[in-house]
Design a protein around this ligand. Structure first.
Ligand SMILES: Cc1cc2nc3c(=O)[nH]c(=O)nc-3n(C[C@H](O)[C@H](O)[C@H](O)COP(=O)(O)OP(=O)(O)OC[C@H]3O[C@@H](n4cnc5c(N)ncnc54)[C@H](O)[C@@H]3O)c2cc1C
Ligand SMILES: NC(=O)c1ccc[n+]([C@@H]2O[C@H](COP(=O)([O-])OP(=O)(O)OC[C@H]3O[C@@H](n4cnc5c(N)ncnc54)[C@H](O)[C@@H]3O)[C@@H](O)[C@H]2O)c1
Length: 497
């Protein structure tokens, strides 16, 4: 049976609050299990990911990567002739990819799968009870089996003097950029900062500076990742100021003309010992704040962590309850869409089993238990070079007390890399657990390495022995042959030891 929008009923089996991909996935899973589902969304079904985060950012990045590839390939370089991307055409395609912020297609998928969509803001009011407010009207609905929270995060605003008053750009502005400023200062050196710097420069920003107090870009990755990205940024004219706190931001004329448009006149960013950088726009990319404050957790006696996340067990259930589930960014396990969807598939199986009175089993690789977060979530950062990683870094593996063995090399001498670009720069590292002789982490940095990652993810999650990996032959001449070279180096190191 098809679902409907805002139906006049008050009870469902499952109520989901937040309609990004994790919320959509759990809705579909529950509906397919024969449960009635209401998806409560205050804005657009599709969420931050579809309209403001993953999808628009990648729509801006892929043409920039393609242009950079062309510039490094004789025969193509002459066609590009020094030009950057056509910013207007790239932004227009970005708008196509985000369906011009119309959620009709996402809503239709829900309705055609029997999910009811409730437009409004959801808030827990009591166990199994959600209050939905829309345009001044409030109604209470109840769930027989489960309430699932997936309200996501918002961009953080650090307490830097004058920053909030200067109305800086936030992640939504930079992904939905409509006016490309000439000069930009990015506060932050993490994932959003690195991806945004890549597309801003690609779209034509002339003076671009990243400023942050840490030592390295993307400090949570293997150190060579941030180093190689920094080298590429600097070669492209981007200034990277590490170890530099921002102490104040000032903007005389604030005139916020909307998302992705200039928010006023020039901005003065004071860094370090008082040095001033003047820009046309400042972007804050200093992390995320969970949307946990106004969703009624207090009404059901659930506390958040000091950073505002809601802890769940490996069945995505809030401890002490058998009806409250938290998915996506809000549980703080891995702030990634694919991990949020994975959480949703786990919770979907758990809710269906509990509703049918079936026990959850504890067999290896059972569908009810989060395994991937413990072993390390995969992630691709789509700057140029790309950074693709899964599992543990060497530092994380050592912290866990694993007896580690490493092998690391660049892509030099690999024919696939030599073919891919005239000047292919990249590096890869495997982190192995000596005891089990299995892979526990892998990091690849280089153009096009995103497609290498899933093989590593399969090896880490499947605990594939190194001896078996040697029989997984990479095709010639692809950059996947990095696996062969890494394993040969490992063999040589072991025989020399
Ligand atoms: C710039 C940027 C780029 C990114 N790129 C990637 C990427 O390439 N790959 C990747 O895996 N991850 C990426 N991420 C991370 C990814 O966007 C998040 O991990 C993902 O969106 C989290 O999904 P979520 O369901 O937790 O919440 P969100 O996507 O934040 O969605 C939450 C939804 O809940 C709704 N909502 C909130 N409160 C309520 C309420 N009280 N009632 C009703 N509805 C409510 C919101 O309107 C929204 O629709 C990126 C993030 C950013 C900022
Ligand atoms: N391709 C992807 O998978 C992708 C893309 C974008 C975002 N994301 C997700 O979104 C999340 C948020 O990304 P993010 O970049 O906002 O956070 P982040 O945690 O990756 O980086 C935050 C950065 O801000 C810096 N910082 C913190 N406080 C600061 C201050 N006061 N002044 C200056 N710098 C400061 C930190 O040193 C760090 O460099 C990430 O967890 C990531 O997983 C994923």
């Amino acid at each position: 049976m098809a679902g409907s929008v805002n139906p006049a009923r008050s009870e469902w089996d499952v109520i989901v609050v937040g309609g990004a991909p994790p919320g959509e996935t759990i809705s579909l899973y529950s509906s397919q299990a024969g449960l009635s589902v209401a998806l409560v969304e205050q804005d657009r079904v599709g969420g931050e990911c579809l309209y403001w985060a993953c999808m628009p950012s990648k729509a801006l990045l892929l043409p920039v990567q393609a242009r950079n590839l062309a510039v490094d390939l004789p025969g193509m370089r002459q066609l590009v002739n020094g030009r950057r991307v056509d910013a207007d055409a790239v932004m227009a395609r970005r708008d196509e990819i985000t369906y011009h912020h119309d959620d009709k297609q996402s809503v239709d998928v829900m309705l055609s799968n029997g999910v009811d969509v409730l437009r409004g803001r959801g808030r827990l009011a009591a166990p199994r009870t959600v209050e939905v407010s829309d345009n001044g009207r409030t109604r209470e609905i109840t769930a027989r089996a489960a309430v699932v929270l997936a309200p996501g995060t918002d961009s953080a605003m650090p307490p830097i003097a004058g920053l909030a008053d200067a109305k800086p750009w936030r992640s939504r502005d930079v992904t939905n950029v409509h006016e490309v400023p000439r000069r930009v200062v990015v506060i932050g050196g993490g994932i959003v900062a690195c991806e945004a710097a890549t597309w801003l420069r690609g779209l034509g920003v002339e003076e671009l500076t990243l400023v942050f107090p840490g030592e390295r870009l993307m400090a949570m990755k293997e150190p060579f990742a941030g180093d190689l990205v920094r080298e590429a940024f600097e070669a492209d004219g981007i200034v990277v100021r590490t170890g530099t706190p921002v102490t104040a931001v000032a903007r005389e004329r604030v005139d916020d003309r909307g998302i992705g448009r200039r928010h006023g006149g020039p901005v003065t960013v004071t860094v370090g010992e008082g040095e001033q950088i003047v820009a046309d726009e400042v972007l804050v990319a200093t992390g995320r704040v969970p949307n946990s404050r106004e969703i009624g957790l207090d009404t059901v006696d659930v506390a958040t962590t000091s950073r505002g996340f809601v802890e769940v067990d490996d069945h995505m259930t809030v401890p002490g309850t058998d009806w409250l589930y938290v998915l996506g960014d809000l549980n703080g396990r891995a702030l990634l869409t694919h991990m949020g969807k994975y959480h949703a598939r786990i919770a979907g199986e758990v809710i269906a089993a509990r509703a049918a009175g079936r026990p959850l089993d504890d067999r290896p690789y059972n569908p009810y238990t989060d395994l991937a977060d413990r072993d390390g979530a995969p992630q691709v950062v789509f700057c140029d070079p790309e950074v693709a990683s899964v599992g543990l870094t060497e530092a994380e593996a050592r912290d866990r007390g694993i007896a580690v063995e490493m092998v690391e090399r660049d892509f030099a001498g690999i024919d696939g890399a030599r073919l891919a670009r005239e000047h292919y720069v990249g590096r890869a590292k495997l982190v192995l657990d000596r005891a089990g002789d299995t892979l526990v982490g892998a990091t690849f940095v280089g153009p096009g390495v995103s497609e290498l990652l899933h093989a590593a993810t399969v090896a880490v999650i499947g605990r594939v022995p190194v001896g078996a990996l040697r029989h997984a032959v990479a095709s010639f001449p692809t950059i996947s042959e990095i696996w062969l070279y890494l394993l040969e180096e490992l063999r040589a190191a072991r025989s020399a030891a």
